[in-house]
Design a binder for this molecule. Structure first.
Ligand SMILES: [Zn+2]
Length: 227
């Protein structure tokens, strides 16, 4: 699962909860940030094999600290508690429901990875591996990613009042994410090393976080101009 994760961030954000979209973008990929960091540190292991599954080259044969079910529950709790302790300092909404949304957004990553991954997600430690394996079916997996993304963006547009400029920017970003997913699923390429893959995760995911941050500035700038 790749861009499908962002559907949860888009769907979770509303004018009511006021959680920044960029923060939800970090939350839904929090487990992958930990994973990429641990791969770079040599603690978690990854092989990049051409044709490993129809939709992905990643053989994540050892990632218990970022992607086991128990680890996912722990990291989701850490994120919710971390959000609770830092929200007031940054002026973000501090209701319990906001912290819960952040925690659930982190956990959603595991659920969606469960749908896509072959049996490489451990329940705890490196044991009892599960995974529905949609990555073995390129078309359906791609369709699910796109359908989820579109659904998430529709919800985001419906639940957040915004200027036309921001609406267009959101749709443009959505189209860009679809193009990224087409590239990831369908464009043949030579496998990168495990370290380059992990670096790519950091770079691309952070780029998306920055775009999500800028998206929600579009309206602010308009408001400032209106004053
Ligand atoms: Zn993942």
């Amino acid at each position: 699962m790749f861009v499908g994760h962002y559907s949860v961030a888009f769907a979770a954000k509303s004018d009511k909860n006021k959680i920044p979209l960029w923060l939800l973008f970090v939350a839904v990929q929090f487990l992958d940030y930990i994973w990429a960091t641990l791969v770079l540190l040599g603690i978690e292991k990854l092989r990049v094999i051409k044709g490993f599954t129809a939709g992905s080259m990643l053989d994540s044969y050892f990632h218990p600290y970022s992607h086991s079910l128990i680890a996912a529950i722990l990291w989701s709790s850490v994120a919710a508690i971390g959000y609770t302790s830092l929200c007031s300092r940054f002026g973000y909404p501090c209701r319990k429901s906001a912290a819960l949304i952040v925690g659930v957004a982190v956990f959603s990553h595991w659920i969606l990875d469960f749908l896509a991954h072959p049996r490489d997600l451990a329940i705890y430690d490196n044991r009892w591996k599960v995974g529905f394996g949609l990555w073995n079916y390129r078309g359906p997996e791609f369709a699910l990613e796109i359908a989820m993304l579109v659904g998430g963006i529709i919800l985001y547009l419906a639940r957040n009042a915004m200027s036309k400029a921001r609406k267009m920017a959101v749709i443009g970003f959505g189209i860009a994410l679809v193009v990224v997913q087409i590239g990831d699923t369908y464009v043949p390429r030579t496998p990168l090393s495990d370290e380059a893959t992990a670096m790519g995760v950091w770079i691309f995911y952070t780029l998306f976080v920055i775009i999500a941050f800028l998206l929600e500035k579009v309206r602010s700038r308009k408001q400032i101009n209106a004053l």
